[in-house]
Design a protein around this ligand. Structure first.
Ligand code: GDP
Ligand code: MG
Length: 668
């Protein structure tokens, strides 16, 4: 006899499996996929039963591999009885899967696990009542203390030949839909009750196996579609909604509080931080505080000394070179090229460190998980899944790991869509660009200006998601239920390690890739095509190329070859934009007189408006080569990769154009 274990992740499935089978297990894979398949043998009353551990899932209705495996196996596999393991301390969420399993109408029992946790919470379950409501036997167990295991197995064996009776809870409208679908699709191979429901939720693909003409299926789908015209709930939400309503109503009867449930501190905090109305303003405030810390009094204070330090070092080296009487070319290479470029990048280390520190704090404290949760609620309204938001949040650090993190999205289209918009989440390397322009043009409003750039990035990402969804991912939004970890006070050590990991990357990059790029750029902007030193860098190789492409950026307010070339170099690494500006606008001997590294030369070329437009273009345009490579790897298609970076660059140009042109009209 085959017994399948099905349940939510963390419901105690593995624990129960081990209790039932002891050491008698074997592990393999489900055919064709890398999802683990565990099979064990349980002995009871001199009989042996085969236990199959299925992947942990929250629902049966979505597209992930785990869910497909479970659904297929439960519906068509060689199963005599299902043990649905349910975490009693999370009944509402767990019972959703239970309700779906029941609709498949295979023999089943519920193993109600974590009864000890429920006791601690001071809650009792009226098991008899719950069992009556759900039409299946329920056995209370504590898997981790091997309580109730035998009873559970016994109940499962007894139930093996009993199909559960359907629960009558859907609204009349829904029942009407199900009946009509089921009768329309039933020919020789009958359409099951569960498939009819899924037809409402997921559309005509469900009926493919039903042996009915395609035209008829399409007609039926059309009809279902019509029933939802002007309805409050979409067809994919209706079923879930009614299931949840039923669950809520039965839990009202079956759960009894024996003592007032003590709210944990986490619960209390969450009541506020994930509040329906306050959550988004709080999230924005938190993000704002992050930037305020980086630019406000704290960051400003550190930065002042740090910058002075860098300038002092450059000055000493410059003086040393003068004392050594090195040739002008060498002086220029070292001071303009190497020190100017790398120094310009490194001078943002204080702000970057604070930014990374604050992000680590948000991650380690558990707030980032809430942010994803809050965003999920908002995304859903736009038809996007909040699942995408975790990789997107990672994008604030660096796009490369963020792109890799999309692997957790099992729906290929959703994944592609997410990769399209990840680079809009401003990565740490773009930050020096904002910082340098904010300092030069908006010195009284630095935090506000940089904050606005980040917000624009998020808004563009969401808008893009909505628009692209129409082209890339027309399917439905996959379910996303995430567990919110308890809030924790992060340890200093942890924060430090996290921050350092990221800052280290930034410093190493500055010392290697950026340094190299800066030397190359110095050469290209010092020599002409005949390899002769030029007086005016406008005549150099770089200058000539730059001048020929600068017109592209003219409508954006910065049709100047140096600005244009710095953006091109930005493809190497985003920090290189600032480095290139440093080299091209020549810190050079200027550093001996003016302590302000780049601000003054920039003010000669940009206006505050064109500076803002430049920042926006930097925010949105194609990612660096490392991210590009990661995108190619993850999308596994040149076509999609080029479409993505083309889209990003197009959006960048368009938004910067609008900002500059509209801004010009307003400013006059
Ligand atoms: P799975 O993800 O469904 O396989 O869940 P696991 O079997 O890995 O269990 C998740 C966690 O819950 C583990 O830390 C278990 O020790 C714990 N756990 C399992 N059953 C019980 C139980 O009945 N009571 C308590 N308190 N903890 C349990
Ligand atoms: Mg497990």
């Amino acid at each position: 006899m085959n017994i399948a274990l099905v349940g939510n992740p963390n419901s105690g499935k593995t624990t129960l499996f081990n209790e039932l089978t002891g050491s008698n297990q074997s592990v393999g894979n489900w055919p064709g996929v890398t999802v683990e398949k565990k099979i064990g043998k349980a002995k009871f009353n001199q009989k042996t039963y085969q236990i199959i551990d299925l992947p942990g899932i929250y629902s049966l209705s979505t597209m992930s591999v785990d869910e497909v495996i479970t659904r297929e196996y439960v519906e068509k596999g060689d199963v005599d009885v299902i043990i649905n393991i349910v975490d009693a301390s999370n009944l509402e969420r767990n019972l959703f899967l239970t309700m779906q399993l029941l609709e498949i109408q295979r023999p089943m029992i519920i193993a109600l696990n974590m009864m000890d946790v429920l006791d601690q919470k001071g809650v009792k379950v009226d098991i008899e009542m719950l069992s009556k409501f759900l039409h299946v036997p329920i056995v209370p167990i504590v898997a981790s203390k091997s309580k109730g295991i035998k009873e559970c197995l016994q109940a499962a064996v007894l139930q093996a030949n009993h199909k559960p009776e359907l629960i009558d809870f859907y609204s009349d409208k829904t029942k009407g839909l199900i009946e009509r679908i089921q009768s329309s699709l039933t020919t020789e191979t009958s359409c099951t009750y569960a498939s009819a429901i899924r037809f409402i939720e997921e559309g005509p693909e469900v009926a493919i196996g039903c042996d009915v003409e395609v035209v008829k299926i399409a007609e039926l789908n059309e009809w279902v579609e019509q029933q939802f015209n002007n309805a409050t709930l979409d067809r994919d939400m209706l079923i879930a909604d009614e299931k949840y309503n039923y669950i809520t109503s039965i839990l009202k009867g079956a759960l009894i509080k024996t003592k007032e449930e003590t709210e944990t501190i986490s619960d209390k905090i969450d009541k506020i931080l994930t509040h329906k109305i306050f959550a988004i303003p709080i999230f924005l405030t938190v993000m704002y505080l992050v930037f305020f810390m980086a630019f406000g009094p704290v960051g400003g204070f550190i930065k002042e000394y740090f910058e002075a330090g860098i300038e002092w070092i450059i000055l000493q080296i410059a003086n040393g070179l003068i004392w050594m009487n090195v040739s002008e070319v060498v002086f220029s290479l070292v001071v303009d090229g190497m020190l100017g470029g790398v120094g310009a990048v490194l001078s943002f280390l204080p702000e970057i460190s604070i930014l990374f520190l604050m992000l680590s704090l948000l991650e380690n404290s558990g707030y980032m998980a809430r942010a994803a949760f809050i965003m999920d609620r908002m995304f859903r309204r736009f038809g996007l899944s909040g699942r995408s938001f975790i990789p997107m949040l990672m994008g604030f650090g660096c796009s490369v790991p963020a792109l890799m993190a999309t692997r957790t999205l099992e729906n290929e289209k959703e994944r592609r869509l997410t990769m399209f918009i990840i680079p809009f989440m401003s990565c740490g390397a773009k930050f020096p660009v904002y910082a340098i322009f904010a300092a030069a043009f908006f010195s009284n409003n630095q935090a506000n200006v940089v904050f606005s750039i980040y917000v624009i990035g998020i808004v563009i990402a969401i808008l893009s998601g909505i628009i692209l969804k129409k082209f890339i991912n027309k399917g439905k939004v996959t379910n996303f239920i995430m567990e919110l970890p308890q809030y924790r006070l992060p340890t200093i050590k942890n924060l430090f390690i996290h921050t350092w990991e990221r800052v280290k990357g930034f410093v190493i990059n500055a010392g290697t890739v950026i340094l190299l790029a800066m030397i190359v750029i110095w050469v290209l902007q010092s020599f002409n095509f005949q390899l002769q030193l030029v007086e005016d860098s406008g005549d150099s190789i770089f200058g000539v190329i730059g001048q020929s492409i600068a017109f592209i950026f003219a409508p954006l307010g910065f049709g100047e070859w140096r600005a244009a070339m710095s953006l091109i170099v930005g493809f190497v690494a985003k920090e290189a934009v600032v480095g290139t500006l440093g080299v091209l606008y020549g810190v050079g001997e200027g550093v001996l007189e003016s302590p302000e590294l780049l601000a003054q030369p920039l003010r000669n070329v940009f206006t505050p408006l064109s500076a803002y437009s430049f920042m926006i273009f930097t925010l949105l345009y194609l990612p660096c080569v490392a991210a590009f490579a990661a995108m190619k790897r993850e999308m596994n298609s040149w076509k999609w990769t080029f479409l993505a970076v083309g889209y990003q660059t197009g959006v960048a140009w368009l938004v910067a154009f609008i900002v500059y042109q509209v801004g010009s009209l307003i400013v006059g």
